[in-house]
Design a protein around this ligand. Structure first.
Ligand code: WTA
Length: 672
């Protein structure tokens, strides 16, 4: 046993044993060439990435693999012209037009599963693109905000945008109107595309009403939305109680009637054009729009889908993430469709109506590649540890993503879900990175429960201490994980904020801001990690003010500022409290302005404010109204101490605080 410490984490574990992928998997795997790491060594950088680009169809082939002239905003495959929609749809028609592209599973179990062929997808993407171009007036370079739930209309809309070179910014449907409105404003979208309603946990949720709030919020910030395009969950029938605003709101199913059979030629876009924005939480202030390119991003996720997810066109592939997050963009939509996969989209909650639902879907569709998060695995294990055995499905490959997975949970996934016959990859990456950074290559390397693995081919991780010294593999010390080299899937910049991009990801370890040499720009991910002797990386968690709830990144600042919208609240501090299912959940501590009294009603009001401003996923587990926050002498709130109280660990020495007595008071109040 060794104990690893970083500024924020203290973790104890033992080294786990290797588990080898079954021969049945290796025998059919796309990538089994052991020379792959040599091919993608730093000596062969960046030209090795030609192999990625060559998975795509280019309208015009590129001339420069990597242009570093605007470091650290890298340009990949410069000179190339390409269309992402063409690569995900049109190019498959010759061979696969009659093959399923999307299996859509509605949450109500009595609604039939929809099997949409590539031909059908082609038709729907074209007609939708025609509406966007000819009715909504959208053209290449415009931004459009999508606030769509998990139905086929989401990928159809994304691909229609991509066909036109329009930049989509999909906001997770569970986010509040306020959060959506801020993203409309930041991206300067004048069109919002939403849906009237969708199912979650047996209820048809009114979603259009949320869109109305978003439009109002954006307007207050100074961004007018002149068209709201509304898909209807049941075409022809409006399932929302929100009014339809004349001249602004339009039903997609009605508009589409005018565009029946229309085709739209894919717009040939520069490789370094923008495919989409994906907002994510950072350590300060507002969410930042990660800006992803067309050519580099698509090449990256296609290669990863083929070689790390091992997708063959014959496979039935199911990633249970929400398309509203990067995992869904890269590994439900763009990567799998570029590989001509059949990709599954499930509308609802994994345990609805019971703990067997997921396994029934897997059985019915004969899913053989399954991709989900540790939170979902923990939830499914708790709800029905023996359920998978009752169903006849066999996964050849499984993925875990989004949070560290406990070895014990990993083993249940391997033994019970995978029936000891699947290769598992634990993929570590981020919204910013477009695709995987660390993972084992499933046909080549053994798995190690709880460790993501080494860098994927082409990715060269390094762990630095705070002073920028490299921590050697096997040193048993945690540090900041960085990537030495750029790669094609990496975001281009933060939308409209290059300075924030440079300072957030490169500020700490770049020594020469004028350098055009990529070697001077290690990418800092913001995670603490340990590198074992065998080169396998174990991720410990975020080092910045971000908490990862059920695999969703939430900025503590966003939650705290939501709490501060309640007028009684003077100070707010959020900490990550350990949770059996979700990994961590937010616990909120607040101190009131003078003259206000703590009460359950006030705590509920604060909790509701967080749900309204940020979204339900951010709702605190508890709101503790405390007499004062523990503070340093310089007035900084000591969140670490609050976290120890919530998690019932030792608060350590508090004598140097300006108000040490309050710690014991808070401890009694919270722990009882
Ligand atoms: C965490 C999700 C451990 C990490 C793709 C990262 C992980 C953040 C893993 C990014 C993993 C992601 N093991 N931790 N396999 N995958 N993380 O942007 O802290 O939503 O920085 O992207 O999730 O979250 P994001």
């Amino acid at each position: 046993m060794s104990e690893e410490k970083s500024a924020h984490y203290s973790v104890t574990w033992q080294e786990e044993e290797y588990i080898y992928p079954p021969n049945s998997f290796v025998g059919q795997a796309n990538l089994t060439d052991p020379n792959i790491f040599q091919r993608f060594s730093l000596e062969n950088f960046p030209e090795c990435y030609k192999e990625f680009a060559d998975l795509l169809d280019w309208d015009q082939y590129w001339h420069t693999t990597l242009d570093t002239s605007d470091a650290p905003c890298w340009k990949w495959f410069v000179g190339g012209k390409i269309n992402a929609s063409y690569n995900c749809v049109d190019r498959h028609l010759a061979k696969y037009k009659n093959k399923t592209a999307i299996h859509f599973v509605p949450e109500p179990e009595d609604e039939p599963i929809v099997h949409m062929t590539y031909q059908e997808l082609y038709r729907r993407v074209n007609e939708t693109a025609a509406v966007l171009r000819d009715f909504a007036g959208l053209k290449a370079g415009d931004r459009v905000t999508l606030h769509l739930p998990m139905t086929p209309e989401l990928p159809i809309t994304m691909l229609a945008c991509a066909r036109l070179g329009v930049i989509h910014s999909q906001v997770f449907a569970g986010f509040s109107g306020q959060a959506c409105g801020e993203r409309i404003w930041d991206s300067e979208s004048r069109v919002l595309i939403t849906m009237d309603a969708y199912y979650r946990n047996g209820k048809l949720l009114d979603h259009k009403a949320v869109g109305d709030i978003a439009v109002e919020v954006a307007k207050k910030e100074g961004q007018d939305v002149d068209k709201v395009l509304i898909w209807r969950r049941y075409p022809g029938k409006y399932s929302s109680s929100a009014p339809v605003i004349e001249g602004r709101d339009f039903f997609m199913d009605e508009l589409l009637k005018e565009y029946r059979g229309k085709t739209v030629a894919p717009v040939s876009m520069p490789a370094e054009g923008i495919l989409f924005l994906m907002y994510t939480s950072g350590s300060t202030g507002r969410p930042k729009g990660a800006q992803h390119s067309i050519g580099g991003y698509l090449a990256y996720v296609t290669w990863m889908s083929k070689n790390i997810q091992d997708i063959h066109p014959e496979d039935v592939y199911w990633c249970m993430a929400d398309i509203g997050w990067i995992t869904g963009h890269s590994f439900i939509v763009y990567g799998p469709l570029a590989c001509a996969a059949s990709t599954v989209i499930y509308e609802g909650v994994p345990t609805y109506p019971d703990a067997g639902r997921i396994w029934r879907i897997a059985e019915e569709l004969n899913v053989n590649i399954f991709h989900t998060s540790p939170t979902a695995i923990r939830q499914l294990r708790k709800a029905g540890p023996d359920e998978p055995e009752k169903y006849n499905f066999n996964f050849k490959h499984m993925t875990t993503v989004g949070e560290p997975i406990e070895p014990e949970v990993w083993r249940w996934y391997y033994n019970v879900v995978g029936k000891k016959n699947a290769a598992i990859v634990d993929t570590w990456w981020q919204t910013e990175t477009g695709g995987f950074l660390c993972s084992t290559v499933p046909g080549l390397a053994p798995m190690k429960p709880g460790s993501a693995g080494p860098g994927v081919p082409g990715i060269h991780p390094v762990i630095f201490d705070d002073e920028g010294n490299e921590i050697e593999a096997g040193a048993g010390k945690a540090g900041n994980i960085c990537i030495r080299n750029p790669w094609p899937g990496l975001m281009q910049t933060i939308w409209k904020d290059r300075d924030r991009f440079v300072s957030t990801y490169y500020g700490k370890y770049n020594k020469n801001p004028d350098s055009k040499d990529w070697r001077d720009w290690p990418y800092m991910a913001g995670d603490a990690a340990v590198l074992a002797k065998d080169g396998y990386v174990r991720i410990l968690g975020r080092v910045d003010d971000v908490i990862n709830v059920a695999g969703h990144r939430l900025g503590t600042k966003e939650i705290e500022s939501a709490a501060l919208t309640v007028q009684e609240v003077a100070e707010a501090a959020v900490i990550a409290a350990k949770d059996e299912i979700k990994g961590v959940v937010p616990d909120l501590y607040v101190a009131l302005k003078p003259g206000f009294e703590a009460s359950d009603e006030l705590a509920a009001k604060i909790s509701n404010a967080v749900s309204t401003v940020v979204g339900k996923i951010a709702r605190p587990r508890a709101v503790h109204i405390v007499p004062d926050m523990p503070k340093t002498r310089s007035g900084k709130i000591m969140r670490r101490i609050l976290a120890s109280i919530s998690n019932r660990t030792d608060v350590g020495d508090v004598t140097s605080l300006s108000n040490p007595d309050v710690v014991e008071h808070i401890r009694k109040q919270v722990q009882g």
